[in-house]
Design a protein around this ligand. Structure first.
Ligand code: DX5
Ligand code: ZN
Length: 218
């Protein structure tokens, strides 16, 4: 992977749900590297969004990895459904379950790439013990639940510390950042690998926005 460009994962939470298939094709044509899918259960976060049947419907439409972010309580109940539906990366919140380790293992055994994520208030030390069991760490730079919120700059230190830890321990883990990402805030995240962006991509010209995000690493 190129170290001087970000990978960009548009969040379909900000897409037009009445034409989701067309939206996927349009962001892929515009240069999206992954497709970020936000799953919310109305318990872990106050919002409700979509479930595994939508992932299943999008799978044949998409040619890029489906990056599924589970904002649900006790994700162990649903990981099998999401992997079977076609999730390539499947990320769980450390705060959402007492069974983090076995759930990550289940995701891997089912054939997907496990990821771990944390709320802005959760310290990095709470996920460090799982870093040898994941392909991805998702750093939240907004409180999970809604698109269109402002980037929390105080989380940048978490990205930098995590990057340092990954390098020092020679781990093969990608850092993804999610929440309030635009062409300016992306510049604060240079130690990350993948940027999730919902409103910034879908409220602008998709191609221009995605290209500006990719270049923000350099
Ligand atoms: C928030 C979601 C994000 C959200 C990002 O809970 O995890 O993926 O869609 O939206 P923007 O880019 O608008 O902050
Ligand atoms: Zn997300």
């Amino acid at each position: 992977m190129s170290k001087d460009q970000f990978l960009v994962a548009p969040s379909i939470l900000s897409a037009d749900f009445a034409k989701l298939g067309e939206e996927i094709k349009a962001i892929e044509a515009a240069g999206a590297d992954w497709i970020h899918v936000d799953v919310m259960d109305g318990h872990f976060v106050p919002n409700l969004t979509i479930g595994a049947p939508v992932v299943k419907a999008l799978k044949p439409v998409s040619t890029k990895p489906l990056d599924v972010h589970l904002m649900i309580e006790k994700p162990e109940r649903y990981v099998e459904d999401f992997v079977k539906a076609g999730a390539d990366y499947l990320t769980i919140h450390v705060e959402a379950t007492d069974e983090v380790e076995s759930t990550l293992k289940k995701i891997k055994d089912l054939g997907a790439k496990p990821g771990i994520t944390l709320r802005p208030k959760t310290p990095l030390k709470d996920i460090v013990r799982y870093l040898d069991q994941v392909n991805l760490v998702l750093v939240m730079t907004v409180e999970p639940g809604f698109g269109g919120q402002s980037f929390m700059s105080d989380q940048v230190e978490k990205i930098n510390e995590l990057s340092k830890y990954i390098k020092e321990n020679d781990l093969d883990v990608l850092i993804e950042v999610d929440g309030g990402i635009n062409d300016q805030t992306a510049r604060e995240c240079k130690n990350a690998d993948v940027l999730v962006a919902g409103s910034y991509v879908f409220k602008n010209d998709y191609k221009v926005a995605i290209e500006k995000l990719k270049q923000a690493k350099g």
